[in-house]
Ligand binder design. Structure first.
Ligand SMILES: [Zn+2]
Ligand SMILES: [Zn+2]
Length: 398
C-alpha cells in the first residue's frame, strides 16, 4: 500500500501543483469561497466522487468508501480536513501563479491544503478496493475569520452521519524545511478571545484633575492589573498570553478625554482556565474603574478554543508518518500561541493536526504565513497528498 500511494502521489504531483496554482491565482476571502467550492466540486466529480455541497454555505464533504472486503457497513470512518479561504493581503511575489485578485492572497497555504486533499481524493479513489472503511473529506470555509468555518461545519453535522472516529488536518509550515513533518502531542495551539474595553470617566481641563474622573489613569491601572491575572491566577501548567495592541486616549496635553478604548487578545491552552481568566479580568477591570469613580464596559468576543492533539492518535499518526517519510524527516513542534479553527474538531473528536514543511532557504522560500511574500516549495504538495492518504488508510485499519 505504501508503495502504491507513493507512486500515485508522484504520478499526480504535477496535477496537484497545477491545482494549487489555480487556487493560488484565484483566492477568495473567508466565507466567500464560491468559485473555490465550485472548482473543488468539479475536481471531485471528475475523479468520480459526488460531494455534498453547500455545507456551511461554501463547504463540501465527500466520502470515499473502501471496498476491499465488499461490505463497508459498520466500519471505521476517518475525517481529513482542508481549509479553502485566503487573506486580505496584496501579494508581493512575482510568480506565474500570482494572485489575480487585488488585495486577496493565499498567504496561509490553504491553497496547498485544498490541492493536497484533492490529491488524496484521487489517490484513495483509485485504491479504494484495497482498504475498508470510509474516508471523509472535509473542505471547509472561513478558517481565518470568526466564528470559524469549522464551528459552522460541525453545527451542520460534519462530525455525524457517518461520524469520524478521528480528524486529521495538516498545515503548511514556513519554519519547517520541505520534506519534513512536524508533530506535537497534547496542547499545541491557543484559544483566541478578543477583548474590547471602554473606560469612561469625566474629561475636562488637565489642570483641574480634582474636578474630573481621569479615564486615562483608570485604564492604565486596568492594563497593569490585568497582567496580574496572568501572573497570579493562571495555573502554572497552562501557557497564556494577554496582549493589548490598542489603547486610545484621544485627549491632548491639556485635555483629559471622557473615555479610553482598549483592545487586546487573551490566549491560553486550557478551556476551564480560559473561562475563569475572562471572568476574573472583567471583575477586576470593572472593580478598578468603579473604585476610581469611573466605569468600564468590558466586551469579549469569543474566538477559537485551544487545539489539542489527542496523544494516542498523534503517537499513532506520527509512527505512520515516520514509516512514510523516514525517521530523519519527523520533527517536534513547539507550542504556538496562534489560533486555528481546527481546534473546534479537536474539542469534539480525537484529532491530530500536523505541520507540512514548506521552507526552502536555498530558493529564498522563507517568508512567514500572513505576509505578502509567503510562498511554499511546491514539492511539499506530493508529500501533502501522499502522506495524508497513507495516514488515512492506516487509521482506518487500526
Ligand atoms: Zn492563517
Ligand atoms: Zn492557516
Amino acid at each position: 500500500m505504501l508503495d502504491s500511494i507513493k507512486s500515485l502521489a508522484r504520478q499526480y504531483a504535477g496535477d496537484i501543483i497545477n491545482t494549487r496554482r489555480h487556487l493560488h491565482a484565484h483566492p477568495e476571502l473567508s466565507f466567500l469561497e464560491h468559485n473555490t467550492a465550485r472548482y473543488v466540486a468539479d475536481q471531485l466529480k471528475a475523479i468520480g466522487i459526488t460531494p455534498q455541497e453547500g455545507v456551511a454555505n461554501t463547504g463540501l464533504v465527500a466520502l470515499i468508501e473502501g471496498t476491499k472486503s465488499g461490505s463497508n457497513t459498520g466500519s471505521r470512518v476517518v475525517g481529513l480536513r482542508a481549509d479553502m479561504d485566503a487573506l486580505p493581503i496584496l501579494e508581493a511575489n512575482d510568480v506565474p501563479y500570482k494572485s489575480t485578485v487585488d488585495g486577496v492572497m493565499h498567504a496561509c497555504g490553504h491553497d496547498v491544503h485544498t490541492a493536497s486533499l484533492l490529491g488524496v481524493a484521487r489517490i484513495l479513489h483509485v485504491l479504494r478496493d484495497q482498504f475498508d472503511g470510509t474516508v471523509k473529506l472535509v473542505f471547509q470555509p472561513g478558517e481565518e475569520k470568526a466564528p470559524g468555518g469549522a464551528s459552522l461545519m460541525i453545527k451542520e453535522g460534519v462530525l455525524e452521519n457517518p461520524a469520524p472516529v478521528s480528524m486529521i488536518g495538516q498545515h503548511v509550515a514556513p519554519n519547517v524545511p520541505v520534506g519534513k513533518i512536524g508533530f506535537r502531542e497534547g496542547m499545541y495551539m491557543a484559544s483566541t478571545d478578543e477583548l474590547y474595553l471602554t473606560v469612561r470617566g469625566k474629561g475636562g481641563h488637565a489642570a483641574m484633575p480634582d474636578n474630573l474622573v481621569d479615564p486615562v489613569l483608570i485604564a492604565s491601572h486596568i492594563i497593569v492589573a490585568l497582567q496580574q491575572v496572568i501572573s497570579r491566577n493562571r495555573p502554572p501548567a497552562s501557557p497564556s498570553v494577554l496582549s493589548f495592541g490598542r489603547f486610545i486616549a484621544d485627549g491632548v496635553t491639556n485635555v483629559i478625554p471622557n473615555e479610553v478604548t482598549i483592545q487586546g487578545t487573551f490566549r491560553c491552552m486550557n478551556e476551564e482556565w480560559r473561562a475563569e481568566g475572562k471572568r476574573r479580568m472583567v471583575k477586576l477591570a470593572e472593580g478598578i474603574a468603579e473604585a476610581m469613580g469611573g466605569s468600564c464596559e468590558f466586551t469579549i468576543m469569543d474566538g477559537y478554543p485551544f487545539l489539542k492533539n489527542h496523544p494516542e492518535l498523534t503517537r499513532r499518526v506520527r509512527a505512520q508518518a515516520t514509516e512514510y517519510m523516514g525517521p530523519e524527516n519527523i520533527v517536534d513542534l513547539d507550542l504556538w500561541m496562534a489560533g486555528e479553527d481546527f481546534a473546534f474538531y479537536s474539542q469534539v473528536v480525537d484529532s491530530c493536526f500536523y505541520r507540512l514543511g514548506t521552507r526552502n532557504e536555498a530558493r529564498g522560500i522563507v517568508s512567514g504565513v500572513h505576509t505578502p511574500t509567503f510562498d511554499v516549495d511546491e514539492s511539499a504538495l506530493e508529500i501533502g497528498a501522499g502522506l495524508m492518504s497513507w495516514l488515512a488508510v492506516q487509521e482506518l485499519s487500526v
